[in-house]
Design a protein around this ligand. Structure first.
Ligand SMILES: C[S@@+](CC[C@H](N)C(=O)[O-])C[C@H]1O[C@@H](n2cnc3c(N)ncnc32)[C@H](O)[C@@H]1O
Length: 275
């Protein structure tokens, strides 16, 4: 924290702001590439104005700094050159109206009310309006483990975990699953989740071959196991039925799972202590 540029800006702010000490290293890691650039930054949660001045100092004069708060008093910070919008972050129509006025965003930081509905609706409402290369960050996600912010089964962290699955579903062989195409990657920090946008890289993946010389190396993944030899034989014998048939493909995987079950159970006990 001590060598962090965002912490320097935080200390310089003339108005009060309270952040977690762990945030400053994460801010530097996530935001440094936007410094001194003509970006549009939006923070949900203005309160006493402290973070608006921090971000002005951190991003520089070229940045457009937008604050959002439910408290209409936040409007007073407009006279310092900030754009302020008053509204409820858990209201999808509020976000629609705001986006029609401000256009696309580069960086969003949610430091608003921290209920699960507020956090999830903010991400869902803004994620498609983040410019390529941009990032949306939700902080104080520790509320997912605390009472008073919503129903735990639908906490923000549960939502983020679901998106992890949906990002992995982009793998070409899972094309029947509902995959996530709006977010490239998700980074988890203490009490903070960052959604990164990289439009070229967030479509369904394909398997690529560099067509280099094939050394015919043996893949030792299951080498030397009778079960695997058996599986290999079935595979070769019935290949003509598998190809092109989805059901046969699934059947093949189920047979593999049954045959390898004893081995997988042994492996499960080996790694159980890490879960
Ligand atoms: C933690 S404070 C923001 C602190 C500020 N970012 C700072 O560092 O100085 C949270 C703010 O979110 C606002 N807020 C609470 N619920 C909100 C909602 N539903 N929509 C928009 N803002 C909300 C509160 O009025 C409060 O000003």
């Amino acid at each position: 924290m001590n060598n962090s540029l965002s912490y320097e800006s935080f200390k310089k702010s003339p108005y009060r702001s309270i952040k977690l000490s762990s945030y400053f290293d994460a801010y530097d890691a996530l935001f440094s590439k936007y410094r001194d650039k003509p970006i549009t930054f939006l923070e949900v949660g203005v309160l006493g104005g402290g973070s608006l001045f921090m971000w002005r100092d951190y991003f520089g004069e070229k940045a457009r700094i937008i604050g959002v708060d439910l408290n209409p008093n936040a409007k007073k910070w407009e006279r310092f050159g900030f754009e302020i919008y008053v509204g409820d972050q858990s209201d999808e129509s509020f976000w629609k109206g705001l986006l029609s006025k401000v256009g696309e965003l580069d960086v969003v930081l949610d430091d608003g009310g921290h209920t699960y509905a507020q956090q999830v609706i903010t991400v869902e409402s803004l994620i498609s309006s983040i410019r390529d290369g941009g990032v949306l960050v939700v902080e104080d996600t520790h509320t997912s483990y605390m009472p008073g912010y919503g129903i735990k089964s639908h906490s923000f962290v549960e939502y983020a975990k679901l998106l992890i699955d949906k990002i992995n579903y982009r793998f070409v062989e899972f094309k029947d699953f509902d995959c996530e195409k709006r977010v490239w990657s998700i980074r988890f920090f203490e009490s903070m989740v960052a959604f990164e946008i990289n439009r070229n890289a967030q479509s369904i993946s394909s398997i690529v071959d560099n067509n280099g010389e094939d050394d015919k190396a043996i893949d030792y993944l299951y080498h030397d196991e009778n079960a695997v030899v058996f599986l290999k034989n079935i595979n070769e014998k019935f290949r003509k039925y598998y190809s092109g048939s989805k059901i046969a493909g699934y059947l093949k995987k189920i047979i593999a799972n049954v045959i390898l079950y004893p081995r997988f159970m042994k492996e499960k006990f080996k790694i159980k202590k890490y879960f």
